[in-house]
Design a protein around this ligand. Structure first.
Ligand code: KG4
Ligand code: ZN
Length: 330
């Protein structure tokens, strides 16, 4: 049994994992705190992590009818993320592991996202991984656990960041991704031709910073946007971003001779992305792996799952486990 924690950013999460029939995954959202600022306040996030992490741990254990003595390993996200937030989860996990004489497995948050699509499916290699979150838009050729070749990435904003910024420009709420997703359902995705940078023949890199300038100009030039206009802008932006993600992911498959794609990170919750990737993959004879909805955004179950694939890195040398906001894994 692995007891895992994720406090990389604004949500607090604790999970217990034995196998995909016996697990728990408790997430406490902080949207109520940060919504009024339109972005995450790191010190406030850390303070809320401290308040709730003990309760979440208790609940994660209770949901699988276990107590701390049943736990074999403790796992925690050590980076990347916000330092004040990471420090809470890492310190809590270390304290708990030390007091109960359990080995600890340090986990990279992004590596957690990367394997989340395989939680309830058979894991085979190689596959192309597209990681789309608030901080990442990365394409990897994955050949094994620990063997990640970075083949493309955003040169400026991450796609989740672009969703959040466009939502802020349209003044429709926070966090932006889910709001844009919802508004797009009643919008016309073909009304505005929103340009996507770096659409060059061989490039596997992305650029999303021009998008927000385009939307900003659109809004500035039309101060009295109707509800319909806003939905049309949201839908057009969503389609343009997701279509370029598909184009480059498929290009990566062709260039590297791989016919499997795993998409992960918060933006993989997007309904248009899930539909269009599934449809396009079927048409092109590519196998697609998407995480369950609860495994798309930040959660500790994905941390427990990757920990189960890296049991050999467990250590009693607690001094080695440190938060690192800029931790890399490739
Ligand atoms: O992976 P995640 O929970 O946190 C990071 O590690 O960044 O991703 C958060 C990002 C945010 O930018 C959020 O707006 C986006 O994922 N997101 C979505 C949706 N749900 C969350 N973007 C588009 N559509 C969604 N349904
Ligand atoms: Zn994340």
């Amino acid at each position: 049994m692995i007891l895992a924690f994720d406090t990389s950013c604004d949500d607090t999460s604790a999970a217990c994992f034995v196998d995909n029939n016996r697990y728990s995954n408790i997430v406490s959202s902080q949207n109520d705190i940060h919504a009024k600022y339109g972005g995450i306040m790191p010190e406030m996030a850390a303070r809320r992590h401290i308040e709730v992490i003990g309760y979440l741990t208790k609940e994660a254990l209770e949901r699988v009818s276990a107590s701390i003595s049943d736990v074999d390993y403790v796992a925690a996200t050590v980076g990347p993320g916000l330092l004040p937030s990471l420090l809470i989860g890492v310190s809590f996990a270390k304290g708990l592991a030390y007091a109960n004489k359990k080995p600890i497995i340090p986990i990279n948050h992004i590596e957690g996202h990367l394997f989340a699509p395989f939680f309830d499916k058979k894991l085979t290699f190689p596959f192309v991984a597209l990681i789309v979150s608030g901080g990442h838009t990365h394409l990897f050729a994955v050949r094994d656990v620990g063997s990640y070749e970075l083949v493309g990435k955003t040169l400026d904003d991450a796609v989740g960041e672009a969703f959040d910024k466009v939502a802020r420009i349209l003044n429709v709420g926070y966090p932006g991704g889910p709001v844009i997703d919802r508004l797009s359902k009643s919008g016309n995705p073909d009304r505005f031709n929103i340009p996507m940078g770096l659409d060059k023949k061989k490039s596997l890199d992305f650029s999303f910073s021009g998008t927000k300038t385009f939307v900003k100009n659109l809004v500035n030039n039309h101060p009295n946007l109707s509800k319909t206009d806003i939905c049309d802008i949201a839908a057009s932006f969503q389609k343009a971003s997701v279509d370029i993600l598909w184009k480059k992911t498929k290009r990566a498959c062709n260039l590297y001779g791989i016919n499997k794609i795993a998409v992960s990170g918060g933006v993989s919750a997007n309904s248009y992305l899930r539909e269009s990737f599934t449809k396009n993959a079927k048409k092109d004879g590519i196998e697609i792996f998407l995480p369950s909805k609860e495994m798309t955004t930040d959660n500790a179950l994905m941390i427990a799952f990757i920990a189960s694939l890296k049991i050999d890195t467990a250590t009693f040398d607690y001094g080695l486990i440190e938060a690192n906001p800029r931790l890399k894994f490739y």
